[in-house]
Design a protein around this ligand. Structure first.
Ligand code: PLP
Length: 344
């Protein structure tokens, strides 16, 4: 199979139309089998449920090439489970894990020419989503839904090394207690847009959100979980019902414990602990960057810079990131079932 002629190492994180996407429809109370299509356009009613009441959930994962030339995905079964949980919370009929995995397999295989070559740092980003498609005017769940998954090649998250970022404590909330913070719903992102534009205008890369009830505990950023280390071999992971269960974060916790012999503390983390210097390093984690180091946190003018500083990623985050990416790339032996090969 001949690869597309793209400047792989200089791709940005933006949408590019690829050859095929997978589409399944839910009508008369059942999902059809779904199939690939070349058509990237969606035609729907002006009153579709997704347009009126934001009834939509999504996932994000990547396919990439390993050193020995295989195309693989990373723990797609966890994306299937999370999409299932997200769907139930928004009264969307979930798809089965089998259908999810089939759609990933077929979409990646059909777009194999778009999978960036090993070593480019780029990957084929996959975006699965389900949305209400029939007309809904009274507030209620839609009757009909569409599931789609498209693929788009994206560049390396860090060009020229992972530079620490500066983030601010937001005055906005991301997710209410008992709300939708723990599911991957488009509405959570709509909510975060004003906050992120505000943070960018003030010169910050991201917002860190606090728990809305007491505004004393660290939750996460708009699109990534947060982890800390104390420099004495402990990984500290904020715990809250309104944090999105990041697959990267759960994998890093496993890697820290089972590959690096670290101690894990999953608990409530006070902003005050962080600002008073309890931790030596902090990082944002998610599919796109794996770990992006936090250099500095600003809380209403009060600044805290981690011991790892603003120049480079600290040693613990570096080790964690290298171990997990080594596992993903097939250079370090992976736990059973983590790296799933696409059949061509
Ligand atoms: C998707 C997402 C993450 C990261 O999850 P991964 O499975 O690691 O990609 C973190 N926080 C939020 C709010 C998210 O939507």
């Amino acid at each position: 199979m001949e690869k597309k002629n793209l400047d792989w190492s200089n791709l940005s994180f933006s949408y590019m139309k690829t050859d095929y996407r997978f589409v399944a429809n839910y009508t008369n109370g059942a999902w059809d089998e779904g199939a690939l299509t070349a058509d990237d356009m969606i035609t729907m009613s002006e009153d579709a449920g997704v347009l009126q009441y934001a009834q939509t959930v999504f996932e994000g994962l990547k396919a990439y090439e390993t050193k020995d030339g295989r195309i693989v995905t990373f723990r797609p079964d966890l994306n299937a489970e999370r999409l299932h949980d997200s769907a139930l919370r928004l009264e969307i009929p979930p798809i089965t894990k089998e259908m999810f995995l089939k759609s990933v397999q077929e979409t990646v295989a059909a777009n194999a020419a778009w999978v960036p070559p090993f070593g480019s740092g780029a990957s084929l980003y996959l975006r699965p989503y389900i949305f209400g498609i029939n007309p809904v005017i009274g507030v209620k769940p839609a009757d009909d839904y569409q599931y789609r998954i498209f693929a788009t090649p994206v560049g390396p998250y860090f060009k020229g090394g992972a530079k620490p970022i500066s983030i601010k404590v937001s005055d906005f909330d991301r997710a209410a207690p008992h709300g939708s913070g723990n599911i991957k719903a488009g509405l959570n992102y709509a909510m975060s847009l004003h906050a992120i534009v505000t943070a960018h205008n003030e010169g910050f890369a991201e917002n860190v959100y606090l728990d809305p009830a007491t505004r004393t505990k660290i939750e996460e950023t708009g699109g990534a979980n947060i982890i800390f280390t104390d420099g004495n071999g402990t990984l500290v992971v904020p715990k809250s019902d309104s944090i999105l269960p990041s697959i990267t974060r759960r994998s890093l916790v496993y890697v820290a414990e089972h590959y690096l012999g670290m101690k894990i503390e999953e608990r409530e983390v006070l902003l005050e602990e962080v600002m008073s210097g309890k931790f030596t390093e902090g990082g944002l984690c998610g599919t796109a960057a794996v770990i992006s180091p936090i250099g500095k946190i600003t809380d209403h003018g009060r600044e805290f810079t981690f011991a790892s500083g603003m120049e480079e990623m600290g040693p613990v985050m570096t080790k964690l990131r290298e171990t997990l990416t080594g596992i993903q790339m097939g250079e370090i032996e992976a736990p059973e079932g983590w790296v799933v090969e696409i059949k061509l």
